[in-house]
Structure formats: C-alpha cells, structure tokens
Design a protein around this ligand. Structure first.
Ligand code: F6P
Length: 381
C-alpha cells in the first residue's frame, strides 16, 4: 500500500541531460501505482508562486526519454529561504519566503516533493524537510560533484561531448602544429576535465583540485616538441587556477544571497596566452560552454536517470522521505539529506566532501588521477 497519493516534481539549478528521463520514470512509476503526479514550473520559483501542472504521459509528459533540458523548466537563481525582493523605492531586501511554499504544498495536498538538483537544491530540500515537507532529492549536475553519490545523471553525456570536442581539436591541432586548449565545465570539481582528457588522449589536464604550475605545463609541451610532436592538447576545468593565482571570475551576480553567485570562465584563454608566450607555439582556446549541458542524454544517462526516477518513486511509496537517492558501488540506494548537506554531514572518503564544502571533488588518490599520471599526462603539478 503506497504511502503517497499525490506527488510533485521540481527541477532546479543548471539543467543536465537526463532530467526529462528522470521525470518520465517518476511519472510512469506513479501511473503504474495509481499515484497522481505534478510538476512545479521553474524549480523553487514554481513552489513560491504556486505554479504547477499535472504531468500526463499522454500529453505534456510524453516522448521524454531522449529529450534534453527539462519540460518543467528550471531556475538557478531562486533561494526561497533568502529571496531577493526589490522594494518600490529600489532598495533590495532578502526575505525568507519558505513558509509561503510550505503553505502552497499543503493547500495542493502534495504528499511528497521530488527535488531534482545539485548541492544548492538539496540544501533547500533539506531545509524544507525540517519544516515538515516530505522531500526526496535526486542528484543532478553535469559536474558530478554531489556528495554521497558516485555518479550524477548528465555527467556521462557531458564527458562524451567534451571527448568529441577533444577529438576534433586533435586533428586541427596536428594540422597547424598548435597547442589547443579546451575549457570545460566544473566549478570546484575536475571530473569532466579529467575523464574527457583521458578519453580524448589529452596531454595536459588541469583541475580545481590541483592548482597548476604553468612551468610544468610548458615543460610537458616542450618535452613533446623535443620528441617531434608538434602539437599538444590541454584540457582545463573552468575552475582550475594557477598555484599563485585565483579563480577567474567572469561575472559576479547578485541574484540571491547564499547562492553560488559567480560565473566562471576565462582560464582557457589565459592558458592559451601564457603557453604561446612561454613556448612560442601558436596556441588557441576553445570554451565548450553550454553545449555540454544541452541536447539528448547518452544511453548510459537515460538508464541512470531511469534508475534514479524509479527509485525515487519507490522510496516515496514506502514512505522513506528526506533522503537523497544515490548510486554507490553500482547500486541504487539512499542517504538522509541531513547526512548530505545538514548537521550530521558525513565528511571524508565515504561521502567525497570536505568540512568546508558539500562538493564531491576528485580525491587525489582517485583511479582517474593514477591513470592520468601513469600515462604521463601533466596535471600541472
Ligand atoms: O553546475 C553545473 C554548471 O554547468 C557549472 O559547471 C557551471 O559553472 C554552471 O553550471 C554555469 O551555469 P549557469 O551559467 O547556468 O549559472
């Protein structure tokens, strides 16, 4: 006997391939079990403005498996616990409007809210759970940096897209005898850069976890030149930084206190300039950007998303709330939101995060690091 009769989904934060596949899996499992399913429009904004639609597999929720983006929209600038309000006189205030959301959920009679998102989304999800809302989080982000889960959906697709870009840069780099730099996403974690660098056979991979020494990068390129290799491929995370420098912030945003209010970008351009100056080899940067997040999910992500969605709905039916669905050692499971982003936060190898942050960075003893070093790839140190 299911513990829920009426549930709602929201997708929050930057989109990721597989969001619609998760929605589809939740809605289908709900239908199989006679449960009504709704979607809040544009993430937590939908909760605040009471904007939701019924998800129907015959109409608006049909044909979703391969579709990129999210059919219910998303918002990555809405922190309802600290919401930016501009008063008539132009002054700005930050207000906690979470009680409005709780009332909306109560009025609609939702027994559970599925929160599809990354670290910030799950923090709000946990805060709603403390206010008595039944929440189930599903870890989404192409950056693959949510604690307590080995893989978020969307990541595999992003790595494939980055790998394809490296393949394409290879042929043009070789033809022109150039250094090609590819800047990929990854604010605080280098998963996309490292894995695509290995998949694409790059010579240098720079990640936020290992501040780089430009002289080491140059030495690698020179060593290749001495061996007759006239070109090199450098992959960098947008969040990589030099040992003596800072993160390159393209823009500071003021769209909600407490959110991660910086837009990164520019390290690839800096690297290309520095490498050209220090080696004399013509160097170019390509910033891959939002191509990594858009479009159809890989087969792997479709299956992973489907596993996440069905598991989330199964947990709701069992009455297991205030948890994050996770994927650990090849198995679907769950962990309490409190352990992921709350007071009981579990720190260290089991979760992948640190005391200072909830982000699952690449551990320095990870297999990917070992593999890269064995291959002679320069990691900037
Ligand atoms: O969190 C995923 C991510 O793709 C980051 O790698 C990137 O920095 C960020 O989103 C950019 O998103 P937006 O410009 O939509 O805020």
């Amino acid at each position: 006997m299911s513990k829920v009769k009426k549930v709602a989904i929201l997708t929050n934060g930057g989109d990721a391939p597989g969001l619609n596949a998760v929605i589809r899996a939740i809605v289908k499992t709900a239908r199989t079990n006679g449960i009504e399913c709704y979607g809040f429009i544009e993430g937590y904004k939908g909760l605040l403005f009471n904007n939701y639609v019924k998800l129907d597999l015959n109409t608006n929720a049909s044909g979703l498996l391969h579709k990129g983006g999210t059919i219910i929209g998303t918002s990555n600038a809405t922190n309802v616990f600290n919401y930016k309000v501009t008063n008539e006189d132009g002054t700005v205030e930050y207000k906690d409007l979470s009680d409005v959301c709780v009332q909306n959920i109560k009025n609609a009679g939702f027994d559970c809210i599925f929160t599809l998102g990354g670290d910030g989304t799950q923090k709000s999800s946990r805060d709603f759970s403390l206010k008595g809302v039944n929440c189930i989080g599903v870890p989404k982000t192409i950056d693959n940096d949510v604690a307590h889960t080995d893989m978020t959906f969307g990541y595999n697709t992003a790595v494939s897209i980055a790998t394809d870009a490296i393949d394409r840069l290879h042929t043009t780099a070789e033809s022109h005898h150039r250094v090609m730099v590819l800047e990929v996403m990854g604010r605080y974690a280098g998963w996309i850069a490292l894995e695509s660098a290995i998949a694409g056979g790059a010579d240098v991979a720079l990640i936020p976890e290992i501040p780089y020494d430009i002289n080491k990068v140059v030495a690698k390129i020179e060593e290749r030149r001495a061996r007759g290799k006239q070109f090199s491929i450098v992959v960098t995370s947008e969040g990589a930084k030099p040992i003596d420098g800072e993160l390159i912030v393209k823009k500071k945003l003021d769209d909600g206190k407490g959110l991660d209010n910086i837009r990164l970008g520019g390290i690839g351009e800096k690297l290309a300039n520095d490498i050209e100056e220090l080696t004399g080899i013509v160097s170019r940067n390509t910033t891959l950007g939002y191509v990594q997040r858009g479009g159809t999910p890989s087969a792997f992500d479709r299956v992973l998303s489907t596993k996440y969605g069905t598991k989330a709905m199964e947990l709701a039916m069992e009455g297991v709330f205030n948890v994050l669905v996770n994927y650990k050692d090849g198995k679907m499971g769950y962990v309490s939101l409190e352990d992921v982003v709350g007071n009981n936060k579990v720190v260290g190898a089991a979760s992948g995060n640190t005391k200072e942050s909830n982000i699952r960075t690449v551990p320095l003893d990870d297999d990917l690091i070992r593999v890269a070093r064995d291959l002679g790839m320069c990691l900037g140190d």
